[in-house]
Design a protein around this ligand. Sequence first.
Ligand SMILES: Cc1cc2nc3c(=O)[nH]c(=O)nc-3n(C[C@H](O)[C@H](O)[C@H](O)COP(=O)(O)O)c2cc1C
Length: 164
Amino acid sequence: MKALVTYYSQTGNTEKLARAIYEALHIEKEILPIGDVKSAEGYDIIFVGFPVQAHSVPAKIHFFFKNLPAGQNIAFFCTHGSLRGGHLPKQAIEHAIGLASRAKVLGTFGVRGRVDPKVIERLTNLAEHRAWAQEAQGACEHPNDADLADGREFARAILAKIGS
Ligand SMILES: Cc1cc2nc3c(=O)[nH]c(=O)nc-3n(C[C@H](O)[C@H](O)[C@H](O)COP(=O)(O)O)c2cc1C
């Protein structure tokens, strides 16, 4: 059994979660930023992580999602400024599932991640985004230890699904 943990992370939050997931895996494993993955072939499971941006999946990683091997087992993880369990991060995960329609999605997981204060400041000044910017300020301590522990638990649950 071999696992790949790969991620895109602009400010480090998703990378932190990726490392927690990687730590929890007790099979042969690799961890790589998404831009360094030469081939997605040969893995029993691929954990793919991204930050939610504009309520969706960052455009620069769409290509990777669309080109996953057909039938490939994958699990998504993401970090986001919105409240955990809210409809906006769910919408981004749904988008990711749509992009990776060739793959077999075994599970998804998301936690809050500190939002770049410059982004919060910019959005606070735009009336239509002010409410979201205020909500996102609450993410400043995340991902925290409890989030990372949940990430490790998620990783173990996914491994159990592939019989490992
Ligand atoms: C340009 C930009 C757009 C963002 N858009 C959203 C968003 O639509 N919804 C959300 O919940 N968080 C949004 N965020 C917050 C990030 O998803 C969050 O801070 C995430 O943890 C960043 O992960 P990273 O450190 O791995 O890049 C945005 C952040 C940036 C920089």
